[in-house]
Write a protein that binds this ligand. Structure first.
Ligand code: UDX
Ligand code: UDX
Length: 470
């Protein structure tokens, strides 16, 4: 299929917009891609000569940026210059949960979506296909369409301009974004205008098989994204609920997951018990689903999904309580080493990371944390914890605080407990003999992801707690 589209703009150079456009640019060398963002620091990061300074860490991303940047992939703050150039515009801005006003705590804040639509209405020149990439509440396309068709879109030069809105939600998972984009399970395109849909199909056809491209109406597409995320999160809450039961009964969550997951009707993915799901999407999207259900009077449906989030909060709390309980009921003044702060491995993203609540709980109990993460820097941790870094001049035992560890083994020094919160590969090869000489005794290991090989540690006399095993 041949597309007429030659210039594509993407508003939002974040975790979705950046990697998505890098893959598009790699697969569509005849199209120019302009990724625009109002955050100058972010854009500077994307344009950085030193590729280790890209604002987002994703395996395989820097290689694609290196290959395409300056050729057919461009990063800029100049929204007003690239919108008029483009035949197709992706909206990939963030849609956080509202923290005030109507729907506070549940509904998505659509102010950035609205702002993007207004920018497009103002600067677009001729016919423009507008694609929703951000996850949005059902019927947001209506809002975008209303803005686009408004007075602002009357071109000052009296050139005719018109718009079509499509929904094309992203299903990439952070940490494997490039692979997910290159080999998607499916590409979903929602819309009413067959011609515009075919333009987008033509772009994806450069690397995705036709059978994998699903076409639906706009509302089905928007709702499918929310539903997919809700189902995935629900599986995690389901397995985490059983992890608690395993610990009480002597069952082993790994064995239960395997036995349950080999039923082909259930499947083996997303059955890893852990410290609860994090990331920018699951909680926000379920809250949004709840809000929509309440709006339509479907209170029982809203209550059903609410429990998925409650269970997630319970799992995080359960883990911090377990640590206190095992350390003789008090962690005040004790050193605890934390391994992993990102919400999952292979990303530097910390949004909604379970590490945030667990670390805060431990510090509230007076613990001194020594936090190590291979990709998350101390400024980012400071921002999330909003808790002072240990101030040695004014420190008193039991004040609670944290310090940043530059390397794995430093974190263990004098610690009573080591808590593993993210499944980073490098944690699998820890030399427990060396660690046993660094920690205070009795020493505890809490493996909240059930990823460590702890046979040697057991022989060395470590006390061990694993999620779903005890
Ligand atoms: C995405 C999706 O788009 C969102 O719907 C989904 O639910 C979470 O993931 P993400 O790429 O992860 O968002 O967000 P973020 O990394 O915050 O990137 C959004 C970017 O948009 C930011 O860099 C922000 O500066 C930019 N932005 C926001 C604009 O350029 N213009 C705006 O008006 C608003
Ligand atoms: C998710 C969806 O997977 C993706 O399709 C959508 O586009 C965006 O939201 P993401 O949040 O990037 O992607 O990562 P994901 O792999 O889904 O993990 C989310 C959270 O669930 C992480 O905290 C992860 O550690 C946790 N998780 C995942 C588990 O605890 N157990 C599992 O078995 C799988």
């Amino acid at each position: 299929m041949i597309t007429k589209v030659k210039h594509i703009c993407c508003i939002g150079a974040g975790y979705v917009g950046g990697p998505t456009m890098a893959v598009f640019a790699d697969r569509c060398p005849d199209i120019q891609f302009y990724v625009v963002d109002h955050n100058k620091d972010r854009v500077d990061g994307w344009n950085s000569e030193d590729l280790s300074k890209l604002p987002i860490y994703e395996p395989g991303l820097k290689e694609l940026v290196e290959k395409c940047r300056g050729k057919n992939l461009h990063f800029s703050t100049e929204v007003e210059n690239y919108i008029p150039l483009s035949d197709m515009i992706f909206i990939s801005v963030n849609t956080p949960t509202k923290n005030k006003g109507i729907g506070a705590g549940l509904a998505s804040d659509l102010k950035w979506i609205e702002m993007s639509a207004r920018q497009i209405a103002k600067y677009a020149r001729s016919h423009t296909i507008v694609v929703e990439k951000s996850t949005l509440p059902v019927r947001t396309a209506e809002l975008i369409n209303t803005i686009l068709q408004s007075n602002d879109s009357v071109n000052k030069n009296s050139n005719y301009k018109s718009f079509t809105v499509l929904s094309n939600p992203e299903f990439l998972s952070e940490g494997s974004a490039i692979n997910d984009l290159l080999n998607p399970d499916r590409v979903l395109i929602g819309g009413n205008d067959e011609k515009s849909i075919n333009e987008l199909v033509a772009i994806y056809s450069n690397w995705v098989k036709k059978e994998k491209i699903l076409k639906t109406n706009l509302w089905s597409s928007e709702l499918s994204k929310l539903t997919a995320n809700a189902f995935l999160a629900q599986r995690i809450s389901s397995i985490n609920s059983i992890s608690g039961l395993c610990e009480s009964t002597g069952a082993d969550i790994k064995e239960v997951s395997l036995a349950v997951g080999t039923d082909s009707r259930i499947g083996d993915k997303f059955l890893n018990a852990g410290p609860g799901f994090g990331g920018s999407c699951f909680k926000k999207d379920i809250l949004n689903l709840i809000y929509i259900c309440e709006y339509y009077g479907l209170h029982e449906v809203a209550a059903y999904w609410r429990v998925v989030i409650d269970l997630n909060t319970w799992q995080q709390k359960r883990i911090s309580n377990k640590i206190v309980e095992k350390l003789f009921g008090t962690i005040s003044g004790k050193k605890i080493a934390i391994f992993g702060f990102s919400f999952k491995a292979n990303t530097n993203d910390t949004r909604e990371s379970p590490a945030i609540n667990i670390c805060k709980d431990l510090m509230e109990e007076g613990a001194e944390l020594q936090i190590y993460d291979p990709r998350v820097n101390s400024e980012q941790i400071q921002k999330e914890l909003d808790y002072p870094i240990k101030d040695l001049d004014n420190y008193y035992l039991g004040a609670g605080g944290w310090i940043y560890s530059e390397n794995i083994y430093n974190s263990f020094i004098d610690a009573d407990a080591a808590v593993f919160l993210t499944e980073w590969e490098e944690f699998r090869n820890i030399n427990w003999k060396r660690v046993s000489e660094l920690m205070r005794k009795p020493s505890w290991i809490f493996d909240t992801r059930f990823i460590l090989d702890l046979n040697e540690a057991k022989d060395l006399g470590f006390n061990i707690w694993r999620v779903g095993l005890g």
